[in-house]
Design a protein around this ligand. Structure first.
Ligand code: TA6
Length: 299
């Protein structure tokens, strides 16, 4: 099979076509409902998701750069094999590499699907000496679902962390709340002691950077200013990270506008602590489904 399947091999008239984010090649997915999403080949990075009403559900910084090898600020960065800082670049190797198109389809239920893959090559193995294959399947319907598969294609076991570092758009962080974390153990990246989350609703009035482990599979973001709830349902991804840089940190990020912290919140799903051990020939799968609901709607 042509390992470098061409981007246009994925195109399906009216459903999957070319898009461009800055200078990066990307695909546009269009659902019959009018919902749309964009997916850059770099990092298999979802850079946009709008509902049938045209409203942006993901945040993408107006200051983000779209250059080869430079992380995109917003959308859904794919984190692998390291979360955060460590021996590898921040958030690992996957988000700055060009993934290759694998297949696309319009499924029987009308979902529009695009699948991209990243295989370890000489350059990646020089940084992280474990042969792997990643695959990300993006499915757009009245929901947006992302399924990330990690395969150990080597002869030795390895351990990895993986996450979907999703930036959600909110009307105003001051009114946003994350629901569903109560009772989960947390580790705080800003110096607070680890503990158990007691709040039913996590609100924001300062920089927030917290890992929650063993989180129930449904969490919600309430955005009263937009009269909207964003429902996040995960499988195989036990952990959630909640991040907002707030004022001072936002000012330090050159690819984030000084006031953009007000209209974003990261609620990230993944397998972070502990890392996942994978035997040779084994495969791990993590999936997250995003659904936007009107305030008060069931679901
Ligand atoms: O997910 C939270 C976090 O690890 C924060 O500490 C902050 O660094 C954020 O990710 C963004 O990381 P990035 O490398 O994309 O600037």
């Amino acid at each position: 099979m042509n390992r470098e399947a061409r981007l246009d091999a994925l195109f399906i008239p009216g459903r999957l076509g070319p898009a461009a984010r800055g200078g990066l090649p990307a695909i546009e997915l269009r659902h019959a409902s009018g919902a749309r999403a964009e997916l850059a080949l770099q990092g298999a990075h979802v850079t946009a998701w709008q509902g049938a009403d045209g409203a942006d559900r993901l945040f993408l910084s107006r200051c983000s750069r779209f250059q080869a090898g430079v992380p995109i600020r917003g959308g859904v960065p794919v984190v692998f094999p390291q979360f955060g800082a460590g021996p590898l670049p921040q958030h690992g190797l996957a988000r700055t590499r060009a993934w290759r198109p694998v297949r696309s389809a319009v499924e029987a239920d009308g979902a529009v699907v695009a699948v991209l893959a990243l295989e370890s090559d000489e350059a990646l193995l020089a940084l992280w000496p474990h042969p792997f294959r990643l695959e990300l399947a993006v499915a757009l319907a009245d929901t947006l679902s992302l399924s990330l598969a990690v395969e150990n294609t080597g002869t030795k076991p390895f351990a990895f962390q993986a996450a979907l570092h999703t930036y959600f758009r909110v009307s105003d962080i001051a009114g946003a709340r994350v629901i569903g974390l109560a009772g989960s153990a947390f580790q705080d990246f800003l110096g607070k002691l680890p503990g158990l989350e007691r709040r039913e609703a996590l609100a924001f009035d300062a920089e927030t950077d917290r890992l929650f482990t063993g989180v129930p599979d449904v969490v919600r973001i309430e955005d009263p200013g937009a009269r909207r709830v964003l429902r996040i349902e995960k499988r195989g991804m036990p952990d959630v990270v909640v991040w907002n840089p707030w004022i001072d940190k936002a000012r330090c990020l050159e690819d984030l506008g000084d006031n953009e912290y007000r209209t974003m919140v990261c609620v990230e799903t993944g397998a972070i602590r502990p890392p996942i051990g994978l035997a040779p020939g084994s495969r791990w799968l993590g999936r997250t489904v995003f659904r936007a609901l009107q305030e008060g709607a069931p679901g």
